[in-house]
Design a protein around this ligand. Structure first.
Ligand code: AMP
Length: 178
């Protein structure tokens, strides 16, 4: 099947859930996609493809749905897999970045020995919304000396302008919604 046919099938596997986790949010649920090995495999191939020649040494994936995509993408690129997690989850020495939310702040952590100078890093998550999370992950990787070669998302919510917040970075997304 060609790329656009495959993408149409993948769009058909994303479920819209209104008012989750709170009123006014239209949640993009990727779990129907995970039920189809053919389409899930295609997503992994399509998300990894732009970075096949980028000599990626680490795939950094963001808790928690980012893990589902990051793990097979790391294998496809023959790269190490690094989880970025919410505070209090990682057991060993960690670096931390705090970032602003609409109300208040949040933080992300990464093991200190997971990324270092010389690493070429691809950041993976399921959804790019405002770009706050991905921006924080980018900062965390750079603080550890890693080079961010790009960021790849299954879904981009175009109207939230996350891409503008990631200005200067290489950003790829398979599916686009207003
Ligand atoms: P943001 O920092 O605004 O770009 O939000 C990105 C994070 O929130 C990602 O880890 C997404 O998994 C999650 N997220 C934001 N908006 C949605 C949405 N409409 N549906 C599903 N996940 C979302």
């Amino acid at each position: 099947m060609n790329r656009s046919g495959a993408l149409q099938e993948i769009y058909g596997c994303i479920r819209d859930v209104p008012d989750f986790p709170k009123p006014g949010i239209l949640f993009k649920d990727i779990t129907p996609l995970l039920l189809s090995p053919t389409r899930f495999r295609r997503v992994v191939e399509l998300m990894a493809a732009p970075f096949q020649e980028a000599r990626v040494s680490r795939v950094v994936s963001i808790e928690s749905r980012g893990f589902l995509l990051g793990a097979p993408i790391a294998l496809a690129l023959d790269a190490g897999l690094v989880p970025i997690r919410k505070p209090g989850k990682l057991p060993s020495a960690r670096g931390r970045v705090e970032y602003a939310l609409e109300y208040g702040t949040d933080a992300l952590e990464m093991h200190r020995d997971a990324v270092g100078p010389g690493d070429r890093v691809l950041i993976v998550d399921d959804v790019l919304a405002t770009g706050g999370t991905a921006g924080a992950a980018t900062e965390l990787v750079r603080t550890h000396g890693g080079e961010v070669v790009g960021l790849t998302f299954l879904i981009e919510l175009d109207s939230l302008k996350g891409r503008a917040r990631l200005k200067g970075e290489r950003v790829e997304a398979l599916l686009h919604y207003a």
